[in-house]
Design a protein around this ligand. Structure first.
Ligand code: FMN
Length: 223
């Protein structure tokens, strides 16, 4: 019997949806995965086109293929060696250790959710300049991605949004038979977290908000 808290307090939840990179190998029940995907497809999209599709990778050889390519991409593109401890206990060192754990154990996580978006030229690209494949419509997919992250958190599951697949996207599309009209927007391991969700650390909204003209701070009167 799976117990689901249907009413987590929204502002608590949104305040601790962290990238959870250290996951247990325990399986995610299909019932919970379905709830997560159902939350994803509730998102808004331009003209309600709903240009998303999901590929859930659960089989060992598929996960291993992805893990090998992900690790290689992290090593070559970001020069992160999964076996060299950064030392210290700073926030950066702890984040790097979690990334290293993810690099080494990706194949053990119960599932990898590949979130795809239909390719669609951004309005600002003139028709004459539309050559080759359009990028996936990232803007239309991210509300769905955020719904999925929130749903995972609400159900006590950890998830990490990753985009490193861009380094090997063509091979990824070939390996899993993803049709050309789709692009991969996010790859997201999901599973039960090893650590705590904890509060996110962000700059306060007041520091990144201006009123009426760029540079003018203060929510003062006027309304
Ligand atoms: C567009 C985008 C791309 C990201 N790409 C990656 C990624 O490739 N690998 C990864 O481990 N985390 C990735 N993240 C997660 C962020 O690094 C993480 O959420 C951020 O550093 C804040 O940390 P926190 O979620 O633990 O508070 C990405 C997040 C976003 C929104």
């Amino acid at each position: 019997m799976i117990v689901i808290d249907e009413n987590p307090a929204f502002f608590d939840l949104v305040g601790n949806v962290r990238a959870m990179r250290k996951l247990k190998p325990d399986p995610v029940p299909q019932e919970l995965l379905q709830k997560i995907l159902d939350a994803g497809v509730k998102a808004a999209s331009g003209m309600n086109t709903q240009p998303w599709s999901f590929l859930v990778i659960r089989e060992a050889d598929g996960k291993q293929w992805f893990a090998d390519h992900y690790r290689a991409a992290m090593e070559t593109r970001f020069h992160i060696n999964a076996d060299v401890d950064p030392g210290g206990d700073s926030e950066g060192a702890r984040q790097l250790r979690a990334i290293q754990y993810q690099m080494k154990h990706m194949q053990e996580f119960p599932l990898l959710l590949v979130i795809c978006g239909l390719r669609d030229w951004p309005f600002k690209v003139p028709e004459a300049e539309r050559v080759g494949l359009a990028p996936p419509n990232y803007g239309a997919i991210y509300p769905c991605v955020q719904n999925i992250l929130l749903a995972c958190r609400a159900l006590g599951l950890g998830a990490a949004l990753t985009t490193m697949h861009q380094v090997f996207e063509d091979e990824l599309m070939d390996r899993f038979n993803i049709p050309e009209e789709w692009g991969v927007v996010v790859t997201m391991p999901i599973g039960y977290p090893m650590g705590k969700f904890g509060p996110v650390r962000r700059r306060p909204a007041e520091r990144v908000t201006y009123y009426d003209n760029w540079g003018e701070t203060g929510a003062g009167a006027k309304q």
